[in-house]
Design a protein around this ligand. Structure first.
Ligand SMILES: [Zn+2]
Length: 274
């Protein structure tokens, strides 16, 4: 784990800062009780507290990996990276990073910590980081009580995960940026046209920050052709429709080998003020 990332961490039990153990196999807090946390074999830390709950299970993570690694969302990942470049961001916390697709791509130029409640997600993310030597670090933890100290990050990224403004604001340095991504109104319209007779436009994120200052809002949209049943199913399983589509409507997808659909993303940039 990079020193810059280690310096961002705080103990989930006593909130003291953390330091590496001489062995390199664990890190410990600087509090009076010296809480110790072992690195998992794939390299992540478990910084959850009792009652934090559980995140996505392995099946959901594997579906996301399959779909994202096919590259359909790469333009979004590139857009996030160029925003971080333009803001000259050095340290990033990716809040709700899942399987770490975006996190590992952000890490090529910066010190990054990805946090998610899903142990399966963080394990997959850490394995990817190891395999490709991306330099990203990962911790299992709650985005509603982040395992990072006050004012330790230049930027927080929050992609398709719940927004917890007070917590993001706490960990951001003064003048730091929050970059949020949500589904735009026409996101996955092609998929919805297959599933539903009268597909609606998406309503947009309802959990946008109210205290931090919005400095920019962008839209990224393009059309892709998703190839193969397995990949189409994987995409479907990542959507909220997966849980609320009837068996009859669901069956409409099963005969399809290619799916042409719009992808439409809303990107919001906020800044923490004085
Ligand atoms: Zn501690």
């Amino acid at each position: 784990m990079k020193d810059t990332v280690l310096a961002m961490l705080r103990c989930p039990v006593c909130s003291a800062s953390m330091q590496a153990d001489e062995s390199g196999r664990s890190c410990k807090c600087t509090g009076v009780r010296t809480h110790s946390y072992d690195f998992a074999r794939s390299g992540y830390l478990n910084l959850t507290r009792p009652g934090d709950g559980e995140g996505d299970l392995k099946e959901a993570i594997n579906a996301r990996k399959l779909f994202l690694n096919a590259g359909y969302y790469e333009p979004l990942s590139n857009a996030i990276n160029s925003i971080l470049d333009s803001l000259m961001v050095k340290t990033v916390l990716d809040a709700g990073c899942g399987e770490g697709y975006y996190t590992n791509r952000i890490a090529k130029e910066r010190a990054v910590l990805g946090v998610d409640l899903s142990r399966a997600g963080i394990d997959a993310a850490a394995k990817q980081a190891k395999q490709n030597a991306t330099g990203a670090a990962f911790a299992v933890g709650s985005i509603f009580s982040l395992p990072t100290g006050d004012a330790t990050c230049d930027a927080v990224t929050n992609l398709f995960a719940p927004c917890c403004e007070s917590e993001f604001s706490r960990v951001l340095k003064n003048g730091g940026h929050l970059i949020l991504v949500g589904a735009g109104e026409r996101h996955l319209m092609g998929l919805k046209q297959v599933l539903y007779e009268n597909p609606y436009l998406n309503p947009g994120r309802a959990d946008l920050p109210t205290e931090m200052k919005e400095i920019d809002r962008r839209r990224l949209s393009y059309t892709v052709t998703v190839e193969g049943r397995e990949t189409i199913e994987a995409l479907f399983s990542m959507t909220p429709y997966y849980w609320r589509t009837s068996e009859a409507d669901r069956a409409k997808l099963s005969g399809i080998q290619t799916l042409s659909t719009e992808l439409d993303f809303d990107i919001f940039i906020y800044q923490k003020g004085d």
